[in-house]
Design a binder for this molecule. Structure first.
Ligand SMILES: [Zn+2]
Length: 128
């Protein structure tokens, strides 16, 4: 076992990175950044529910049920799922899908705008 700290609620020794105390089940941190990626065991479609559940220390079934329930409120479930799927990176150290799309759009805009001669003083080239 690695480094430990003391639970502020029951004084039990717990792992430094713990989200919940194993003895009193008190929540010690809101978000676990290590779970914020979609490539995890138990993923079904894009891994969004697993990533959200692991990051917030919630049951995966409850998160999936929340997405399904949100579908009945103005189709919010699929919209939020898609938005999170675009912004949560697939791998722990990877970029999100949206980062790649933005980089491609920037490159395309630069090519279209600059043309064959280029635009040396364009604002997106940064300060001269
Ligand atoms: Zn505790």
């Amino acid at each position: 076992m690695g480094e430990t700290r003391r639970c502020p609620y029951c004084a039990e020794e717990i792992a430094v990175e713990a989200i919940r105390c194993r003895r009193c089940r008190s929540r010690l941190s809101v978000i676990d950044a290590r779970g914020w990626h979609r490539d995890q065991p138990g993923r079904r479609i894009a891994g969004v529910a697993v990533a959200v559940a692991r990051s917030l220390a919630l049951p995966v079934g409850a998160v999936r049920a929340a997405f399904v329930l949100a579908t009945f409120f103005h189709m919010l479930g699929p919209v939020v799922y898609l938005a999170l799927g675009l912004t949560i990176p697939f791998r722990a150290e990877g970029d999100a899908l949206l980062d790649g799309v933005i980089a491609e759009a920037r490159a395309l805009a630069a090519r279209l705008w600059d043309g064959p001669g280029g635009a040396p003083n364009a604002p997106w080239n940064g300060p001269q």
